[in-house]
Design a protein around this ligand. Sequence first.
Ligand code: NDP
Length: 314
Amino acid sequence: MSGKKERNKERREKRLQEISLLSTIPYSDHQRWWSQETVAVVTGANRGIGFEIARQLAGHGLTVILTSRNISVGIEATKALQEGSFSYDVHQLDILDGESISAFVEWIKQKYRGIDILVNNAGVNYNLGFDNSVEFAQQVVDTNYYGTKNMIKAMIPVMKPSAAGARIINVSSRLGRLNGRRNRIQDATLREKLTNLETLSEELIDRTVSSFLQQVEDETWQTGGWPQTFTDYSVSKLAVNAYTRLVAKELCHRPQGEKIYINCYCPGWVKTAMTGWAGNISPEVAADTGVWLALLSDQAITGKFFAERREINF
Ligand code: NDP
């Protein structure tokens, strides 16, 4: 391994050690704005990072709703929580199915009268290693971007007013960075429009992903200047990141007591089904930044992108 790679690896490992230490430090009473009455919903919580986020939030004493598109798999997943004194519930939810989302919202209203935290974790990726197939591009964009958007639109009206503010966390990816050094959209004008909050709009994000999907259909996407690694996935997460900033801007004028903060984060490269259990960190570590963002006590952070508890540029 080259000296630079070696140093980067050491730095990463040190940072991961710091994080695992931070996650063992209990929140003090004055930091704990939540209680068992605080309700957190996690999508795709039947396995992987989603399950781990749900487990850790329940461990901090919140009531967690694990959602799963296959309810029996979701119920099975909750068995792992039966040991502790956790407060949790489980419900069917397919983020691509309007009827499933409506049924979930109705159930939430009836049983919990609203929620405090939404973690949009459900997602798909069909490439491994150096593959870059776009065979499932439509499903990847639909699930990761439109599914996340469906959930945000459906849940904002049922987010409860509170002094601490409600929170939305989108589990995203560094691969969707707009202005990273590598793997970015080549068109500088489009990048600038998506970066600048004055020009960023839902229509622009939708148009960008539609243009990619059209090129997939026309088989011209390879020369379209799109990110080179896991192209469909990167485009979908780029859209999630841009949408996070846009929603933060739209929500920022809410009065105190009705605030909703929204952020996204990259969990790292994680040993889950999505990576074929490759990856260099466990779901436990990968969940950390999401849980930390969900529980932030005194900083009104919104519209940001994080990795390992640190803000990084979009
Ligand atoms: P997994 O494949 O283990 O879990 C994905 C979860 O999403 C599953 O519960 C899956 O349900 C669910 N899901 C997929 N489609 C839908 C849908 N339409 N409705 C509801 N749930 C759905 O992956 P990870 O835990 O690794 O990934 C979790 C998140 O983290 C994703 O958003 C992913 O993009 C992101 N991420 C992961 C990285 C990694 O290295 N693993 C890196 C960067 C980001 P089912 O079991 O029914 O398929």
